[in-house]
Design a protein around this ligand. Sequence first.
Ligand code: G1P
Length: 297
Amino acid sequence: MSNPPSVRTAVIPAAGLGTRFLPAAKAVPKELMPILDRPALQWIVEEAVAAGAERIIIVTSAGKEALRRHFAPAPELEQRLADDGKGDLAAAVAAAGALGHRITWVEQPQQKGLGDAVLCAAAAVGEEPFLVLLGDALIRAEVPCSKQLVDAYHRVGGGSVIGLRPVPLERTPRYGIVAGTAVGDCLFKLHDLVEKPHLGSAPSNLAIAGRYLLTPGIFRELRQTRPGVGGEIQLTDAIRALLLREPVHGLVYDGERHDLGNPLDYLDAVVAYALDHPDYAARLRHRLAGQREKAES
Ligand code: G1P
C-alpha cells in the first residue's frame, strides 16, 4: 500500500455568530465558553495537537478578537501568578500561550457557510492533507477523535476520511448523512453524501459528526460549489463532488459528540466533562444525587 503524506495541519472553523447562544455569545464568542477550566476552543486545539497537528489554522470573523487574546502570551500574568506561589496556574496560562505559537488566524469576510469557511483556509493549508475540527463540537473520546481519523487514513492508504456517528432516523434532517459500503471495522467507502436530507429520505442513519480529514483536492471542489441547503456553501456538497475523483472513507469514531452551539447541549457537555474529571466528579455526583432525592421526596 502507498505511503500517504503525513497530516500536519488542522483547520478549525470558528467564525459563526453563535445566534443560538445569545445573549451569552454577544461579547464572549461561543467557542470561549468554559468547559471546566478552559474554553471549548482550547480543548479542540489540544485534540488537534494530540492527533499530530503542528499547524492550526483558525477561521474566525470580525468581532471575535477574544479568540486570539486567549492564545496570546501573557508574561505579566504568568509572572504575577508565579510570584504569588501559584505555579500550576502560571503553567496553565503559559500552556494556552504556547498553543498560540502553532496558530495561524484567517478571517472569513462573510458568513457564507462551512464550505466557504474551509475554503478561506486554502492558502494557509497549501497542498497538504488536513484535519477539520468544527469549533462548536467537542468530542469526548479515549483516543482523540482526530487521531482516530489519522489512523484510519493511514490504514486505507490516504484519501479523505469523514468522522461519522449514528443518529436516530428522525434526527437525520439536522445533519449531513452518508451512504457507503462497509470495508472494515466501523469503516465505510462512501458513495454519496446528502446535506440535511428531508425526513424519510436519508440514505442511512450515519451522520457527519464534526471531524474530517480532507485532501487538498477539496479546495478545487469548493471553488466550484454553488450555494446549497440554506443558501450556504456546504462542505458536504464539495465532498460529494470529491468522491467522484478520489476515495472518501467514513469512520464511525469512538466517542461522544457534544454540540456547543446552544445552552442545553453545552450544559450537557459541561456535566459530562465534570463527571470524567477527578477534581469535580465526586462533588457533582453528590449534588446531583441530592437533587434527585429532593425531586423524589
Ligand atoms: C454541519 C455540517 C453537517 C454536519 C454537522 C455536524 O452542519 O454541514 O454536515 O452533520 O455540522 O457536524 P451545521 O450543524 O453547521 O448545520
